[in-house]
Design a protein around this ligand. Structure first.
Ligand code: HEC
Ligand code: HEC
Ligand code: HEC
Ligand code: HEC
Ligand code: HEC
Ligand code: HEC
Length: 258
């Protein structure tokens, strides 16, 4: 056993159980501070909400998406349907960049895809999850070119907000789109495959919130422009009739997940 047991007693740890794993005090204090400023602390979601799966008294060192599910069922369910989560749904090991065809950051080779791959689970700030987290793994030219786009410039100007504003276009705006549920709440669809299939679903789901249909179609079907991450206006000229037909087909289609 390579386990060094360090007993930690945390004032704010709501249960009396002490986690038995090795971690230094400075790191623990950092975790506590990030949590205290989080939306979770405000909502009384505390350490044991995630680190203890009731009724079991056992303290988990690395909770998985199961610990989020009781409160964020939609996020978990949609995550599991996309490329990022499907391996977990099928009972396989988590997706890692080492399994990818697309170019990935070498340092992230063995980084496991889970909620905490994008979210600092203790601060749960969504702004860093929207771009910076993606780029810890993704290294294809489309992803790297995002910073050269007007979308990125506009995000920088808005960057002080705790959440990317609705006027911003982040990686997540296009790949994990916000959707309004029947009850009127805005949630993030965590299925990262959803807007890619069919190829123009993103037009209606995302681009047309801000751009005209023609502009959006001419952008999405221009491979060079996609590769540049939309860093210039579109030059392609698609037949308007074709766009309408494609959009109609998509509207009458049956989305696989919502
Ligand atoms: C929203 C759920 C959630 C809350 C609330 C939460 N944690 Fe965590 N915590 C996690 C997850 C998930 C991980 C695993 C992260 C990983 O593997 O990168 C984790 C990891 C840790 C670790 C291990 C870090 C390591 O490197 O091994 C410690 C220690 C920890 N949490 C302490 C706390 C303390 C103390 C609190 C309360 C102040 C807290 N957590 C609140 C979800 C949570
Ligand atoms: C006991 C319920 C509960 C659990 C468990 C829980 N959360 Fe939350 N979470 C909340 C509440 C309440 C909020 C604040 C209101 C909201 O945005 O829905 C929230 C907000 C969030 C936010 C948005 C923060 C923001 O600033 O807008 C993220 C991201 C998040 N949670 C991620 C997670 C992850 C990841 C896990 C599992 C590791 C988790 N939560 C576990 C209840 C929970
Ligand atoms: C690929 C990165 C990524 C992964 C993986 C991820 N998230 Fe998120 N999540 C985000 C981003 C980015 C946002 C904010 C997007 C926005 O508001 O435009 C977000 C927002 C949220 C929110 C607040 C909005 C809402 O829908 O209520 C919750 C809660 C949340 N995530 C929970 C989770 C849980 C639980 C998991 C694991 C099943 C998870 N996330 C996995 C990137 C991710
Ligand atoms: C832990 C590393 C990691 C993080 C963080 C991450 N991804 Fe991924 N992502 C992957 C891997 C691995 C694949 C699979 C690539 C392949 O098969 O070639 C992938 C695939 C994708 C795909 C393709 C989906 C498909 O169906 O083909 C998109 C789009 C994507 N990610 C967007 C994002 C966005 C946006 C973020 C941030 C909000 C993000 N990713 C964060 C590792 C990551
Ligand atoms: C304005 C919308 C938009 C933004 C912003 C955006 N993307 Fe994309 N992304 C797309 C489109 C469109 C495609 C191509 C879909 C296709 O060719 O079928 C794509 C493709 C991808 C793919 C490859 C999927 C595959 O299977 O080839 C990955 C990975 C990806 N994006 C990650 C990111 C990351 C990471 C960021 C932020 C750094 C980002 N994207 C920003 C729209 C966007
Ligand atoms: C939240 C609003 C928003 C969303 C969503 C959005 N954009 Fe944009 N986009 C903008 C703004 C604002 C600009 C900057 C316009 C300007 O400066 O003229 C821009 C700029 C662009 C440009 C560059 C234009 C130039 O002159 O350089 C392209 C191309 C583009 N967007 C395509 C897309 C596509 C394709 C989508 C969907 C995949 C999309 N955008 C989604 C708001 C958005």
């Amino acid at each position: 056993m390579r386990q060094r047991v360090v007993v930690l007693i945390m004032l704010f740890w709501s249960c009396t159980l002490a986690p038995a794993w090795a971690i230094d005090q400075a790191q623990l204090q950092g975790i506590n501070e990030r949590w205290q400023q989080s939306a979770h602390a405000t909502a009384n979601v505390n350490c044991s909400s995630c680190h203890q799966q009731k009724p079991s008294p056992q303290v988990l060192q690395s909770p998985t998406q199961e610990s989020c599910k009781s409160c964020h069922e939609g996020a978990v369910d949609t995550f599991l349907l996309g490329k990022h989560g499907i391996r977990l749904l099928e009972g396989q090991t988590a997706l890692t960049p080492s399994l990818a065809h697309l170019p990935m950051q070498a340092a992230a080779h063995n980084k496991q895809m889970n909620c905490n791959a994008c979210h600092d689970v203790h601060s749960v700030k969504t702004l860093p999850a929207s771009v910076d987290a993606c780029l810890t793994c993704h290294k294809d030219s489309h992803s790297l070119n995002y910073k050269n786009s007007k979308h990125a410039q506009l995000l920088l100007e808005e960057g002080t907000l705790p959440r990317p504003s609705t006027a911003s276009t982040t990686c997540a705006t296009c790949h994990l789109p916000r959707q309004t549920t029947e009850s009127g709440t805005v949630v993030v669809n965590h299925n990262n495959t959803f807007t890619l299939l069919p190829q123009d679903r993103m037009v209606k789901e995302v681009c047309m919130n801000c751009h005209g249909m023609e502009f959006a179609y001419n952008s999405i079907f221009d491979d060079d422009l996609v590769e540049s991450n939309f860093a210039r206006p579109p030059t392609l000229l698609m037949d308007t009739l074709k766009m309408v037909q494609a959009l109609e087909k998509q509207r009458s289609g049956n989305p696989t997940s919502e």
